[in-house]
Ligand binder design. Structure first.
Ligand SMILES: Nc1ncnc2c1ncn2[C@@H]1O[C@H](COP(=O)(O)OP(=O)(O)OP(=O)(O)O)[C@@H](O)[C@H]1O
Ligand SMILES: [Mg+2]
Length: 594
C-alpha cells in the first residue's frame, strides 16, 4: 500500500484495526468522558433549578439541597475526568507499544535497498514522532472529537425541551462555529505537514553531524555546519510559531461569537419573560440557556483540536501504515524449503542486477565457487564487489538470472536457513555498545567462554582484548570509538567465526589490518575452516595470496578469472595491477628507508 492510497478514512480504518485489542480501555475511557460531559451540563441544570425553586419563590426549605447536589456532581465529574484520561492514555500507550514493535520488525526485515532510499534520520523521525502523533490522536484528539459531538447534541436537545424558539439562535451559531473550527484545522494542516518535514531534516542533520564530527573538526568546518543547522532550526521555529498564531487567533474569535450569542439569548429570553409571550419560561431556565450557550465554547475548541488531530494523524498514519503494509521485497516463497548444504558450492547463473532499472551494477555474471575453496574477488572501488556478495544472503535479489547453493535456487529456500548458513563480515564494521563478549557472541548468545576466546584467537583479536581495561567485559563505546579500525574488524571477524558457518564472506574486512596480522589471519582461517567455502572481497593484492581462485571484477563484469599463476600468464589487467601495486610497494619501502 503506498502513501497515496491512504486517505483520511483509510487511515482511520487502520487506526481502528490497530487499536482493537485495547477496545475495553477506550470504551471505559470514552464512557467516563460522556458521563463527565453530562455531569458538567448537569451542574448548569442544578443551578437553574436552584434559581427557580429556591431563589425566585424565596423558599428556604430546599436551600441546602442544590448546593450539595452541585458539589456531589462536581466531585463525580472530577472522578470521571480522571477515569477518562487514565483509560484513554492507557489504551493509547498500549496500542503504540504494539505498533512500534511491528515497525521495528518490519524495518529489520526490509532489504537494504529499501533502507538505503531513506536516511536513518527519516526512519528515526518516522518511528518516534509519527508514533507520538498517533498516540496523542488515539488517547486525546479522537475522543475530543466525539466529545464535541456529544456536547452539541446534548445542548441542542436541552434547548429543544426547554423552549424551541431558541433553537434558531443555536442553529445559526452552529455553522459559524464549524467554519471557525474547520478554518483553523485547514490552515494549520499544510503547515503541520511542513513542520514535520522540517523536523525530519533537523534530526537527520543532527545525526549526520554527530557521526561525522571528526571530519567536520578536521576540516575546521564547525562554523559552516553550525550555520546550516541554525538555518534548519530557524525554519522549524518559524513554522511552529505560525501554527501557534493561527491557533491563538481562531479560538478567541469563537469565544467572542459564543459570548455574543449568549447575550442574544438573554435579550430574547428577557423580552419573552417580561411580555409573558411564552408561557412557562422561567428565570432559571433562561439562566440555564445562557450557561449552555456559553458552554458551546468548549465543543468548538474541542472540534478545532479534533480537526488538527485528524490532519496530523492522517499524515503520520500514512507513513506508518504504508511502511507496515509495504510488501517485503525479500520474503519466503510459499513453497520455500530449508536450505541444505552438503558441500557449499555457489553458482552464479547469468546474474544481472540494477538498482534503478537502467544502470547495470552487475552484468551477466557466470561463475562457480567450489566446495572448500577460497575465492577472492578483486576489483577497484565501485566495481560492484559488495553488491555481488550481498546477493548471496539475499540482501538483494538479482534482476535477472539466479544464484544456486549446492544446486538449490536461493530464491526457493527459506531466507532464515539461508542467512544462518552464511557468515558475512560486512565492509562497514558495526559493533554494538555492549561488552566485547556480547559483540562476539552476537550470532550465538549461548556460546561458552572457551568458544568466544577461540574465535577471538582465530581472528587475532585475543591479544588486544586482554589488554583492554576489563578484558572481554569491556563495553565498547558508541560506534566502537574506543577501538581502532583494525581492532573493530577483527572483532567482527571473530563474531563471524564463532558461528562456524558453511560459507564465509569477508567484504574488505582486513582493509585496516596491518599486512603481517592479515597474513597470519588468512593462514589461520584457511587452515582451520577446511571444507568451508570462503569468499574474500578486496582491493588489495596481499589478501588474494591465499585464494585458490581469483575473480577480477570491473564495472560489474568479470574480466578475468583463474589462479594467480594463470592470471599472471594471461598478461591481462591482473598482471597490470600486480605490477603497479608492486612498484608502488617498492617505492613506499624506498621512501621508508630514506
Ligand atoms: N543502495 C544503492 N543504491 C544505488 N546505487 C548503489 C547502491 N549501493 C551501491 N550502489 C552503486 O553500485 C555500484 C557498486 O557499488 P559497490 O558498493 O558494490 O562497489 P564495491 O566494489 O563494493 O566498492 P568498494 O570497493 O568501494 O566497496 C556503485 O556505483 C554504487 O554507487
Ligand atoms: Mg564494497
Amino acid at each position: 500500500m503506498s502513501e497515496a492510497d491512504l486517505g483520511v478514512l483509510k487511515v482511520q480504518k487502520e487506526l481502528f484495526k490497530s487499536s482493537r485489542k485495547e477496545a475495553p480501555f477506550y470504551i471505559l475511557g470514552i464512557g467516563a468522558m460522556f458521563a463527565g460531559t453530562q455531569l458538567s451540563l448537569l451542574t448548569s441544570i442544578i443551578f437553574g433549578r436552584f434559581v427557580d425553586e429556591v431563589i425566585v419563590p424565596k423558599d428556604a426549605s430546599r436551600f441546602w439541597l442544590y448546593p450539595i447536589l452541585f458539589l456531589l456532581a462536581t466531585l463525580l465529574l472530577s472522578f470521571m475526568n480522571y477515569c477518562n484520561r487514565y483509560f484513554n492514555d492507557k489504551g493509547g500507550y498500549r496500542t503504540i507499544y504494539r505498533l512500534r514493535d511491528q515497525m521495528f520488525k518490519k524495518i529489520q526485515s526490509q532489504s537494504l535497498n529499501y533502507l538505503s532510499t531513506e536516511t536513518p534520520g527519516q526512519v528515526l523521525a518516522k518511528t518516534t514522532s509519527d508514533l507520538d502523533v498517533i498516540r496523542s490522536y488515539l488517547s486525546r484528539n479522537f475522543r475530543v472529537g466525539l466529545n464535541a459531538l456529544y456536547y452539541y447534541i446534548s445542548i441542542g436537545l436541552t434547548i429543544y425541551f426547554i423552549e424551541k424558539q431558541f433553537l434558531l439562535v443555536y442553529f445559526t451559531l452552529l455553522p459559524i462555529l464549524f467554519i471557525i473550527s474547520a478554518y483553523y484545522g485547514r490552515t494549520v494542516r499544510p503547515i503541520i505537514k511542513l513542520r514535520r518535514e522540517e523536523f525530519g531534516k533537523m534530526s537527520s542533520d543532527i545525526q549526520e553531524k554527530v557521526e561525522g564530527i571528526e571530519v567536520i573538526k578536521a576540516f575546521g568546518a564547525e562554523d559552516i555546519e553550525t550555520e546550516t543547522f541554525r538555518q534548519k532550526a530557524q525554519n522549524y521555529l518559524d513554522l511552529y510559531l505560525k501554527t501557534v498564531i493561527i491557533r491563538n487567533l481562531s479560538i478567541p474569535l469563537a469565544v467572542f461569537i459564543v459570548s455574543a450569542a449568549s447575550v442574544l439569548v438573554v435579550i430574547q429570553g428577557g423580552i419573552l419573560i417580561i411580555n409573558g409571550t411564552v408561557a412557562g419560561l422561567t428565570v432559571g431556565e433562561l439562566i440555564l440557556l445562557n450557561l449552555f450557550m456559553l458552554q458551546l465554547r468548549t465543543p468548538t475548541r474541542l472540534f478545532g483540536n479534533f480537526i488538527v488531530g485528524i490532519n496530523s494523524v492522517t499524515i503520520s498514519g500514512r507513513r506508518v501504515f504504508s511502511l507496515l503494509h509495504s510488501e517485503e521485497d525479500i520474503k519466503d516463497e510459499p513453497d520455500a524449503k530449508p536450505l541444505i548444504i552438503q558441500e557449499g558450492t555457489i553458482t552464479f547463473d547469468d546474474v544481472s542486477f540494477s538498482f534503478d532499472g537502467r544502470i547495470k551494477i552487475l552484468d551477466n555474471l557466470n561463475f562457480t565457487i567450489e566446495v572448500g575453496k577460497t575465492v577472492a574477488i578483486l576489483g577497484s572501488s565501485r566495481s560492484g564487489k559488495s553488491t555481488l556478495i550481498q546477493h548471496i544472503p539475499r540482501f538483494y535479489d538479482p534482476t535477472e538470472g539466479r544464484i544456486l547453493i549446492d544446486g538449490q535456487d536461493i530464491k526457493q529456500v527459506t531466507v532464515d536457513t539461508l542467512r544462518k548458513s552464511i557468515g558475512i563480515v560486512t565492509q562497514e564494521t558495526f559493533l554494538f555498545s555492549r561488552s566485547v563478549r556480547d559483540n562476539i557472541a552476537f550470532g550465538k548468545p549461548d556460546a561458552t567462554d572457551e568458544e568466544i576466546k577461540e574465535a577471538a584467537r582465530l581472528a587475532r583479536a585475543d591479544e588486544f582484548i586482554e589488554r583492554l581495561p576489563q578484558g572481554y567485559d569491556t563495553i565498547i563505546g558508541e560506534r566502537g570509538i574506543t577501538l581502532s579500525g583494525g581492532q573493530q574488524q577483527r572483532l567482527a571477524i571473530a563474531r563471524c567465526l564463532l558461528v562456524r558457518p558453511k560459507i564465509l564472506i569477508f567484504d574488505d574486512s582486513t582493509s585496516s589490518i596491518d599486512a603481517k596480522t592479515e597474513y597470519e589471519l588468512h593462514k589461520e582461517i584457511s587452515g582451520l575452516l577446511e571444507g568451508r567455502t570462503i569468499l574474500i572481497v578486496t582491493q588489495k593484492l596481499s589478501s588474494v595470496r591465499f585464494a585458490e581462485k581469483i575473480i577480477v571484477l570491473d564495472e560489474g563484469e568479470i574480466i578475468e578469472e583463474g589462479t594467480h599463476e594463470q592470471l599472471m600468464e594471461n598478461r591481462g589487467i591482473y598482471k597490470e595491477i600486480v605490477q603497479t601495486q608492486t612498484t608502488f610497494q617498492l617505492e613506499k619501502e624506498a621512501i621508508a628507508k630514506e
